[in-house]
Design a protein around this ligand. Structure first.
Ligand code: AMP
Ligand code: ZN
Length: 464
């Protein structure tokens, strides 16, 4: 089947056709580096990761760019509160962001351009817009005139009546009900402290939206294939990116726009401003594993809202443990070789059909779990030998190229634990059940679960 993706611009599932046959140019709006990213943000980045991994699974080379917003209202005011230079402040949160995406096994983008290193390009676009009469200058900055750009509102589906022409807003984030002219360039004022660039269009700093127009097209060209982000970015951020880039160049900006629905908490979007958020570090400190967080965030279809609860995280933990346990069983398989090629073929075809249908991950995962269930039955009957196990393992590794949950660190047990397992075996041989149970409980506290089999005890490490 061919890949179909839902395009926010056309509100339809469309057959995906990249500009260059085998390469996909992909831009993701990256973090504003003024604080730790929260799990809501990571839902958006994991959605981008699944999209990228599946494109690679299908044989595309993905040229992925993700920007770092290291200058805006929030970064400036927070660095001032701490009394440190802007770049010192933002580089701290950049580092935390990179640590977190590594922990979540999110594949890094090919390039992470910083806004502060692309002022020249932003000035270039602003100059073009001024020249064409689509932008105008006021006492406090340079604004984009939405009335001068015919297609304004096409991404968000706005009616002309909603556009308040002539009204202006200079803040980077503003009331979504009021559709107004927005700042491309803000002339320096006292609030900016020492943050300012001397440029041909005046001394000041860029607005937020122009950053992404400049950095995406610089590295991916115009038009490029795909642009992703959370649904809240559709308006005004992405609408404004389109207006700026298409207004300046007179040609299409992006072919496919993809947005993920929100991670919510008790019915409301997880966000910093509502103070209902958890960072990755918060949940890991509570003893949860990054693999379970990743699984939870990826396992609901990206266009469906996902409600965050610790019960769901617990369930995700169990699911990932089930996958790891299955892999461990495969490694130990030494039964007869029952042919599993039909099972592998069916699961793979169904997985691919589901993912081709706008990344229908829940159905995709259902086929992976069907394969696990069928093979676990065969393993229990000793009907899988080394050769067959290898084939199944290869299929699981292929699925995991997309899921990315099996790839965590190899769980090794320490010598102290090995010693306890041995002592317990001996207690069992002596029929000292009390001692055997005591050791079993002790091991459980150390996250080791024992299962007694005909060939002695099997152990597995839980994720927490
Ligand atoms: P920000 O740093 O606020 O620009 O957000 C970075 C990314 O996270 C953007 O793509 C947002 O749309 C996305 N995002 C923010 N909050 C949530 C949420 N609760 N659920 C899903 N995505 C979110
Ligand atoms: Zn952006």
């Amino acid at each position: 089947m061919a890949l179909k993706l839902y395009n926010t611009l056309t509100r339809k599932k469309e057959l995906f056709k990249p500009i260059k046959e085998k390469t996909v140019s992909l831009y993701t709006c990256g973090p504003t580096v003024y604080n730790f990213a929260h799990l809501g943000n990571f839902r958006a980045y994991i959605f981008g990761d699944i999209l990228k991994r599946y494109l690679e699974y299908k044989g595309y080379k993905v040229k992925h760019v993700m920007n770092l917003t290291d200058v805006d209202d929030k970064t400036i005011s927070n660095s001032q509160k701490e009394g440190i230079p802007l770049n010192e402040f933002t580089s701290r949160y950049e580092k935390y962001f990179f640590d977190d995406i590594k922990t979540l096994n999110i594949k890094p983008a090919g390039f992470y351009p910083r806004a502060t290193e692309h002022i020249k390009e932003m000035v270039g676009i602003t100059k073009k817009l001024l020249r064409k009469g689509i932008a105008y200058k006021t006492a406090d900055g340079i604004y984009f005139a939405i009335s001068k750009f015919k297609g304004y509102g096409k991404l968000a589906g706005l009616e002309k009546a909603q556009l308040k022409t002539g009204a202006r807003v200079s803040k980077d984030e503003y009331d979504k009900e009021n559709v107004q002219d927005f700042a491309l360039w803000k002339f320096w004022d006292e609030k900016d402290g020492d943050v300012a660039w001397e440029t041909e269009i005046g001394r000041g700093r860029p607005g937020w939206h122009i950053e992404c127009s400049a950095m995406s097209t610089k590295y991916l060209g115009q038009p490029f294939d795909m642009h992703t982000g959370g649904i809240d970015l559709v308006f005004p951020h992405h609408e404004n990116e389109i207006a700026q880039s298409e207004g300046a160049e007179g040609k299409k900006f992006v072919n496919y726009w993809m947005h993920c629905a929100h991670l919510i908490v008790e019915g409301r979007k997880m966000s910093k401003s509502l103070r209902n958020f958890y960072t990755l570090r918060d949940v890991i400190e509570k003893g949860h594993s990054a693999r379970a967080v990743r699984y939870l965030l990826l396992s609901t279809h990206y266009r469906q809202q996902l409600n965050f609860t610790f019960e769901e995280l617990e369930a995700a933990t169990k699911t990932v443990e089930g996958i790891i346990d299955f892999i461990d069983r495969l490694k130990e398989a030494d039964g007869k070789n029952h042919d599993t090629s039909q099972i592998i073929k069916k699961a793979t075809t169904e997985f691919e059909n589901a993912m081709d249908d706008d990344l229908n991950i829940s159905e995709g995962l259902a086929s992976v779990f069907w394969l696990i269930k069928e093979c676990n039955k065969l393993l229990a009957e000793s009907k899988i030998g080394k050769q067959e196990a290898k084939k199944i393992m290869a299929a699981m590794r292929r699925f995991d190229k997309v899921m990315g949950v099996m790839e965590g660190k190899e769980e090794k047990i320490g010598s102290e634990i090995e010693e306890l397992i041995r002592e317990r075996e001996e207690a069992r041989k002596r029929k000292d059940w009390k001692e055997a149970d005591r050791i079993r409980d002790l091991l459980k506290q150390k996250n080791i679960i024992l299962e007694d089999t005909g060939k002695g005890a099997r152990w597995r490490k839980t994720l927490r």
